[in-house]
Design a protein around this ligand. Structure first.
Ligand SMILES: [Zn+2]
Length: 270
């Protein structure tokens, strides 16, 4: 007859062995590998801003050989929050929601999907991305992941920085706003996202998440009310796969800001 306490001891050791972490499975010791894609346009004198917004200015403070004999350069810049590749913070269109510094840092980081709507959008500069565009995409690719970042490729990124092709007009000032033509997210799709999917952000390769002819900016209102972030004027979306990329989007941390310059990159899995 076996000693019962010996059996318990064996059973206990077995359980300990099961629960012990294996060295090779230790999480967090290796950074993922892959190709890094920069989704950010450089800021310079050609950077596209909203027709009523201040453009980017870079002024030289000093450039050359300093009195001590060493090379030295320093500049100062000035720009509106909403120009170039930038973040829209929820407070941009929703009172009381997050301003830039209040956004938890992980909200701009996550699994990304790229939904290509360029076939329709390139034919119609007033195209609004529909619920069907997303549900058709999901029928082929599966559901958008929870806490995913949804990037729309309209194809207009290829026109940057040609303002006429990119946004319909190169004119500046209030009268130019009515002449804007570029695709955006239909308000029905914005509502669909808030009711049917849990996402962190939307982004696209146009100047605004609402289409150029929008006057009420309803998709801004609907998404930002739910603290969903907006990324505008994205670059290089044509270099991302439909699925299998991770995005890191880190805006300049402007206290109280409604948006700001964004450095956004993607890691594409090997
Ligand atoms: Zn904006």
């Amino acid at each position: 007859m076996k000693n019962p306490s010996f059996i318990y001891l064996l059973f206990g050791l077995f359980c300990l062995a099961c629960n012990a972490p294996k060295v090779e499975e230790k999480a967090g010791t290796t950074f993922p590998t892959g190709n890094w894609i920069d989704l950010t346009h450089s800021f310079d004198e050609n950077t596209i801003f909203w027709p009523t917004a201040e453009s980017f200015h870079l002024d030289t403070v000093f450039e050359g050989t300093a009195a001590g004999g060493y090379y030295y350069s320093a500049f100062q810049f000035c720009l509106a929050e909403h120009g170039g590749t930038h973040l829209d913070a929820p407070i941009h269109f929703s009172e009381g929601k997050w301003s830039v510094e209040q956004i938890p840092v992980d909200r701009g980081i996550g699994e990304a999907v790229v939904i290509d709507v360029s076939e329709n959008a390139l034919k119609d500069s007033d195209y609004q991305i529909s619920v069907a565009d997303v549900t058709n995409w999901e029928a082929i690719n599966g559901q958008i992941p929870t806490d995913g970042l949804v990037l729309f490729k309209t194809g207009y990124g290829q026109y940057w920085p040609d303002r006429v092709k990119y946004m319909g007009t190169a004119e500046r000032g209030q009268d130019a706003v009515a002449k804007l033509h570029f695709p955006g997210i239909h308000p029905d799709l914005a509502t669909w996202f808030t009711k049917n999917r849990k996402i962190k952000a939307v982004g696209l390769d146009t100047p605004s998440i609402d289409y150029g002819q929008s006057t009420l900016f309803e998709s801004h209102q609907i998404l930002y009310e739910q603290n969903i972030l907006g990324f505008e004027n994205l670059a290089n979306l044509n270099k991302l796969p439909t699925k299998g990329s991770w995005v890191i989007a880190l805006p300049m941390k402007i206290k109280g800001g409604s948006g700001g310059p964004l450095r956004i990159v993607a890691l594409v899995n090997d």
